[in-house]
Design a protein around this ligand. Structure first.
Ligand SMILES: Cc1ncc(COP(=O)(O)O)c(C=O)c1O
Length: 471
């Protein structure tokens, strides 16, 4: 059972769906609804905001809430075709520098970065000051990671069904380094690695850095990587690793069920192919329980778990970790050779923040923000983009995958939008081929403002123009 205001919102939505309230109708006043549902006024106000986020209500100043046409029910994007040929990875086309300073002034719909308003800024400031006062302890190399931080990670991993000791944890500079270390530990240059398709560009870039070839496995927008596609690849190619984001993948927000995670883990264990799991969005589920990582089903030490606090606490901390299992010695060696250790103060600060117990409280709020942000963004895209557009239904995280009608170029839209100060991530970044040319990824991790809403409406208008021009 969800929060009370969600229950009220669900009941009001059902009344709208049943035609009791029709488009343009004004909902009864807050007091009347509070009496009707037997809830407080603030609960009714929260229910209003939730329905507004879902696209069913529109607030009019000093007049109340009005029913609006709900967004056209857009379908989910389709899965790409199976492809079975390994390709070298070249990120030349993909390295559009979405984080460059110049782009920071644009409407931030491109990067998968949480908005600072949603980050626990005060707590991190306090914990960093606390950490900086630790004196000499802060000045030394922290290899393979500060014990206090690794202990906090071990405690969190235990709650996810992954009982490990602090010694099993290797601290990294974000999840990106963890993925690269995992790849270096289990592959040699030229090896073939399976990834989701579409895939987070950083994973493709990691493959390129290590000199690997890629097999892209079709990925369902809500169920995750196709296990049939993976089985075919396993039968056909000598895969040396498989990189998956089972919980709220980037860019589609797909979540594999426990059953499918179990199948994934056992298929790869049977084929003796290590699974590199990236769980960076695991804590950002929109409803229900924290989904378990695939690592929780690992009985043969075949899953290398990677994660970080970049999506939850702050990307600038550059604080991640991995559980390399039997590959610990190799992962440690690669880490040591490349940068010796991860910076000490962020580890001490994060350990302090976790010890204080504020993280889970903060996460509850953050998850609510991202769920609402995604709902609003999804509704706005559904209203503004051309007929035939499909949009993902993320179950967690804060990015949205938009598949425009065939022939509408995501790269063309990216270029036109940039000229108008709107930043989006075009589909070509998410594959080594151009099969997602008509797609975009949008960031829903921003507070919903008029600027964002106008930008989405403008993107929709540009998509219409591109379609009409046959571009
Ligand atoms: C799926 C996924 N993995 C890894 C990363 C990189 O994480 P970090 O900033 O911790 O290196 C990102 C960031 O966008 C991501 O979306």
């Amino acid at each position: 059972m969800g929060a009370l205001y969600n229950q009220v919102a669900d009941q009001l939505q059902a009344l709208i769906a049943d035609g009791v309230y029709r488009t343009g109708d004004r909902l009864p006043g807050v007091r009347a609804l509070s009496r009707q549902f037997g809830v407080s006024i603030s609960t009714v106000l929260q229910a209003h905001q939730t329905l507004e986020a879902r696209g069913f209500l529109q607030a009019r100043e000093r007049s109340g809430y009005f029913v609006r046409l709900p967004a056209r029910d857009v379908p989910e994007p389709t899965m790409p075709e199976h492809r079975t040929r390994p390709l070298p990875v070249s990120a030349r086309e993909m390295t559009l520098d979405l984080c460059a300073d110049e782009q920071k002034r644009m409407v931030p719909l491109a990067t998968a970065i949480p908005h600072p308003d949603y980050l626990p800024v005060r707590q991190i400031q306090q914990s960093t000051i606390w950490a900086a006062r630790r004196g000499l302890e802060t000045l030394d190399y922290a290899f393979p990671g500060k014990e206090s931080f690794r202990r906090q990670i071990a405690q969190r991993m235990a709650t996810l069904g992954v009982p490990v000791s602090p010694d099993d944890v290797l601290v990294t500079n974000g999840a990106q380094e963890a993925i690269i270390l995992a790849l270096r530990a289990v592959t040699q240059a030229g090896d073939i690695v399976a990834v989701e398709s579409p895939s987070f560009p950083g994973i493709l870039q990691a493959l390129e850095v290590v000199g690997l070839r890629v097999i892209e496995i079709p990925t369902h927008p809500s169920e995750g990587m196709s296990l049939e596609g993976l089985q075919l690849a396993l039968e056909q190619w000598p895969l040396k690793a498989c990189v998956v984001v089972p919980n709220h993948s980037n860019p589609m927000g797909a979540r594999m069920s426990d059953e499918r995670k179990q199948q994934l883990v056992s298929m790869l264990a049977a084929a003796n192919v290590p699974l590199i799991e990236d769980d960076i969005y695991g804590d950002l589920y929109h409803s229900g329980e924290r989904p378990r990582p695939a690592k929780a089903f690992d009985r043969s030490d075949n899953v290398i778990f990677c994660s970080s606090f970049s999506k939850t606490v702050s990307p600038g901390l550059r604080l991640g970790w991995m559980i390399p299992g039997r590959h610990m010695a190799s992962a440690r060696q690669h880490k040591y050779f490349v940068n010796l250790a991860t910076s000490t103060i962020p580890q001490l600060a994060m350990a302090h923040f976790l010890e204080q117990g504020g993280y889970d409280r903060y996460l509850r709020q953050a998850r609510q923000h991202y769920r609402e942000g995604i709902e609003r963004l999804r509704a706005a895209v559904a209203r503004s983009f051309p007929e035939g557009t499909a949009v993902s239904r993320p179950q967690g995280g804060f990015v949205l995958w938009v598949q425009m009608p065939a022939g509408v170029s995501g790269t063309g839209l990216y270029r036109r939008a940039r000229q108008e100060g709107i930043n989006v991530a075009p589909g070509l970044m998410f594959s080594t081929t151009n099969k997602f040319e008509n797609c975009l990824r949008l960031n829903g991790g921003n507070p919903w403002t008029e600027r964002i809403e106008k930008a989405v409406i403008r993107l929709g208008a540009l998509a219409h123009e591109l379609r009409d021009q046959g571009a």
